[in-house]
Structure formats: C-alpha cells, structure tokens
Design a protein around this ligand. Sequence first.
Ligand code: NDP
Length: 279
Amino acid sequence: KGIALEAAGILLSSQETGDNIKMLNARSVLVTGSNRGIGLELVRQLVGQSKKPEWIFATCRDPKGPRAQDLKNLADKHQSVKIIPMDTNDPSSVKAAAAQVTEKLQGAGLNLLINNAGIVKPGCLESETAEDMSEVYKTNVIGPMIVSQAFLPLLRKASQESPQKGMSCSKAAIVNMSSEAGSITNLLVFDLGHVLGYRCSKAALNMLTRCQSRGWAKDEILCIALHPGIVKTDMIQVDQGQAPLTVDDSVQAMLKTLGHLSEKDSGTFLNWEGETLPW
Ligand code: NDP
C-alpha cells in the first residue's frame, strides 16, 4: 500500500502506511558499537523491515566476548547480518573492517554509515580529568572521524551508483549519533550530571558533522548529527525514570526520521523525531 502511494507521488508518514520504516530503503548499512544498547536495536529493527537491507554490517570491538552474545544470536537467525570486528579507537582495526566490508560488498557501495559507538565518563566541572576527557574525545570524535574516512570510498561508490537524484539515507549518508547534552544552547540535563568530557565531545562531533556535510556535499553524501533521546541503556546513569524513551521507541522513531531525510537536512542536528535542535 505504502509503495503504491509513494509511486503516485504521495509522501505518507510511516504511521500512515502502517510500517514504521518502509521509507528507509538502503541496500547496505553499517552500525558501529552494535553489540548492545541503541546499536543492537538498530540492527534488530533493520532486519525486521519489510524491505530489509541486503547487508547489515554489525560492527563491535569484541565479537567473541560475552557482551556480543545477543548480536551473535541475531546474526545466526539472519543471513543479512554480518558481524565485523571493529574497535573504532584503533585505526588498524578500522582499516581491517573497511577491507572486510569492501570484500563482502563485491563491488557495490555502502549506503548508510551509522557512527553509533560512544562512551561517557562521569566527570564534573571540578573533578574531570585530562585522561578521561581524552578517552571520551578519542571514542566520540576521533572514532567517527577515522571510521568516516575509512568508509568514504564505499559511500562515494554508493552515491555514484545510485540512480536517485539528490541526497538520502537510502543512497549515501553518514549519521553521527550525537546528544542534546552537547548542544551549547540547551545543555540538556546539566543539573543531573555535568559529564563534562561527554558534552564537549558531542559538541565537537556536531562540528565534525557540519564539516563532513560541507566537504562531501559534492559527493551527495548526506551527513547529520542525531540525538536519540534519553534512552534506557547501560549508558544512562540517571534514575531510569528520567530516561523517558525505551530503546525500541527511540530506534523506531530514528529509522522513520532517517527514511524521510533529503539534501535540505544535510549538516543539521536533529532529534529522534526529526525535529531540529540548536547547536
Ligand atoms: P551503550 O553504552 O549502551 O552502548 C555503547 C556501545 O558503543 C557499545 O556497543 C560499546 O561496545 C560501543 N563502543 C564503545 N566504545 C567503542 C569502541 N572504541 N569501539 C567499538 N565500539 C565501542 O550506549 P547507548 O546505546 O546508549 O549509546 C549509543 C550512542 O548513542 C552513543 O554514541 C551515545 O553517546 C548516544 N546517546 C545515547 C543516549 C542515551 O540516552 N542512551 C542519549 C544521547 C546520545 P562495548 O560493549 O564493547 O563496550
């Protein structure tokens, strides 16, 4: 029903079509940090799509460890899920992952890269340490930068191969999982925790996103910073009552949002529902 109406040029919201993620139609997707939390749920919902990607590269730093068991169970059930080892802090691991993905794609490009892996440390204004701040910056900013660089040739290839005009997450896109905690204007939930290094890292990730969107516009690669909401995962140390979103709801909304993006959205900072956030 949704497809027929789309063909008729009528843009329906996914709720109207009765399928939350019909509009995202990427042939290949890569998710970093996909063994738990939001990353795992992204993989789970992508394989549940009626038009699921042919390849879902679920990357994580320790595929053999106990924390990857849920992902392994998912991959056992779905051939499209390919588990690839990748520590986003380690350039040689990122390079090796890009080589594996290139081989598996057999000449095709990568449509959608989701830089999801991230960490938080509890540092407050008075107690934040140089070591913790550096580690958080390394994972939350340098990681997405080197991963994007490593997969750029595959994203460019996807963009060049696509018959679609303009930009979309189904064609070629980088989604950087940011946070409203890094919004300089909003400083979301500052009174609940300074998480200084984390806020600074996400503000820097937002700048990286703006630079990527500007630099790779000529390649028609859509780049956005996305805030998933305050979601109940291992990361959230606040009382779970203050995390209003389940991982299921957050990911459903984000996939719906990704399905609707076009070139006018590239270089923006959006929340899970597609609303624009101030930098
Ligand atoms: P979790 O702590 O539940 O999961 C984090 C994931 O990142 C894990 O899979 C972890 O792997 C992975 N990871 C961390 N460091 C690395 C690394 N060096 N290499 C590869 N993987 C790594 O967090 P969430 O799922 O909640 O968060 C996902 C993203 O969403 C993060 O970027 C976070 O900042 C962002 N976000 C989350 C919010 C929330 O409310 N939950 C709010 C705003 C933003 P491992 O198991 O090996 O540690």
